[in-house]
Structure formats: C-alpha cells, structure tokens
Design a protein around this ligand. Structure first.
Ligand SMILES: [Zn+2]
Length: 289
C-alpha cells in the first residue's frame, strides 16, 4: 500500500550520513482546506511544513518543533509545527500580491526562528537571518551557523502534496568529504515532481542505488491542532474580567478563532460568568489550605 503521509529515515551505513524523506498528502490538504492561499504562498507553506517534519526528527522527548519566518515582504509570517508524534499544523499570513520568485522577493528581509518545545524543560530558540534563494537554502544556512554538521535539504510543494528530502552528517562519525559530496550530488538530481510523486522506496533507489542504504519503516504523519477550549479559557482569564465584560456589552459573545485549524470557540455571558466564578473558587480554596 502506498503510504500517503509518511516519514522515513534512512542511513548510509558506511558513510556516517543519515537521511530522511517526508511526503505529506492528506495532512497537507487539511492545512489547505482551512485557509485559501494564493499558490505562491501555499508553495512556501508546504515546503516549510515538510521541512519542520524533517527537522523535528531529532526530538527525542515529548515536545514539538516550531519553524517560523518573520519578515517584511509580501509573505510576512509563516508558522509551522511538528510534534514528536509527527502531528503537523501550519499557517501563513501575507499582504498584497505575493510574487512567484526567489526567497528575497517573496519574504523580503527577515529572520528564521526555530523553537524547540520540550514538555520537561524551558523552550530553546535559535534565530538566524533569512538568507538564500529558497527556504531549503535558508534552513541550510541556519545549520551552518548553529551546528557543525553538514546539512542539506530539498523541498517541494504544490496544491496536492508537500515533500522533502534531508541529508546530514552524523555526529561523532568518521566523515570523508568525498562521500558527502557524492551523496549530495546524487540528491541534487532529484526533481520536484519526483519528490512529490515517486513512492519513497523508488525515489531512494533512483537516487542512491549505488550506495549502501538502510531504509527504516515509514512513520505516519497526521494533521492535528492542539488548540482547546481549556487553553482559550486560560487566555481569557489572563486578559481579565473587566476587559472581557466590556467586549461582551457590545458583542454579546466572545468569539475566538484558532488560526491553525479555524475552529471557533464561543463564550457567552453565562460561560464567562462561570469561568471567572470557577477561578475565584480555585483561588478561594487554595487560600484556605
Ligand atoms: Zn486549532
């Protein structure tokens, strides 16, 4: 059976190089269904979504990786997230006409932000200038700056699928620069259409059949948004009763839309009343102890 939304690791056993391949189909369509995007925006969002799955593969604990582009050009905000469970979500914001062009034309001057959210520790954030002609080049630049490991990515996306290929030198392994040059040269021959359509085994065979490659079992990738009424309630509590009551006077309900999944969370005066009543009860009872 063809694995539609799958992530695979592979290993060049004698070269000290690891690889990953991801293809998003249903999960990518789930992102596109929630927001209509111009093609020039969705191409970048799809590539970013594929990239964040590839980069999240090193997460060894419960958590998530968030890749963001914040910039001043037509496409000014891009946020994608992948969890250790391979659950993905993403969103893009733009203004005006987004041109079909190179990275600087699409995004303008900006920065690339990678955030590692570990449930057991403080989040870690790495920031670098958005450089290069493509999103893949910008991410490679990030790795050049932040890690000593040679890293390359190949990304593609259209209105149906998003895909990515990733190669990285293994830490603490013996590296021969000629090996790295050869496997990246082979990977450079991949076309966008092969990334988007060839079954993963065939793709890896087509690129690396003269190398010794160990391919691991595929893992499933799904669209999932971790927003919840609970989280929204915590935000409302932080905003405070006075400001919310003011909004309620004119709007009758407090409507909060999740950007990522488009879900609507609606609170009327009764919901708000009981939310803040619960809060005072919690505070009251903790004071009694
Ligand atoms: Zn959501």
């Amino acid at each position: 059976m063809l694995q539609e939304d799958s992530f695979r690791r592979f290993l060049f056993e004698t070269l000290g190089v690891r690889g990953e391949f991801v293809r998003l189909d249903t999960s990518w369509k789930s992102v596109l269904e929630r927001h209509p995007y111009p093609e020039t925006v969705s191409q970048q969002l799809g590539q970013a979504l594929a990239a964040v799955v590839l980069l999240s593969a090193t997460i060894k604990y419960k958590g998530a990786l968030i890749l963001q582009v914040q910039s001043e050009g037509p496409l000014h905000t891009l946020v994608v997230q992948a969890t250790d469970q391979r659950r993905v979500r993403g969103i893009a914001h733009w203004r005006g006409e987004v041109p079909l062009g190179s990275l600087p034309e699409i995004f303008g001057p900006g920065r690339l932000v990678l955030t590692v959210q570990n449930e057991a520790a403080e989040p870690y954030q790495g920031v670098t200038e958005l450089l290069g002609d493509s999103l893949a080049a910008a991410i490679e630049h990030y790795f050049e700056r932040s890690e000593q490991l040679a890293t390359r990515l190949w990304l593609a996306a259209d209105g149906h699928r998003a895909a990515g290929l990733f190669l990285q030198e293994l830490p603490d392994a013996h590296h021969d620069p000629e090996d790295w040059a050869r496997v990246t040269m082979l990977a450079d021959t991949v076309s966008d259409s092969e990334l988007l359509t060839l079954p993963s085994e065939r793709l890896l065979y087509r690129l690396f059949n003269e190398e010794r490659v160990r391919v691991f079992d595929p893992e499933v990738v799904t669209f999932h948004c971790n927003c919840s009424r609970d989280r929204i309630e915590r935000v409302l509590l932080a905003v405070g009763r006075a400001e919310i009551d003011e909004t309620l006077e004119t709007a009758h309900t407090i409507d909060v839309h999740c950007d990522f999944c488009n879900r609507l969370y609606r609170f009327d005066a009764v919901d708000i009343g009981s939310l803040f009543a619960d809060e005072s009860r919690i505070i009251g009872s903790s004071r009694r102890h």
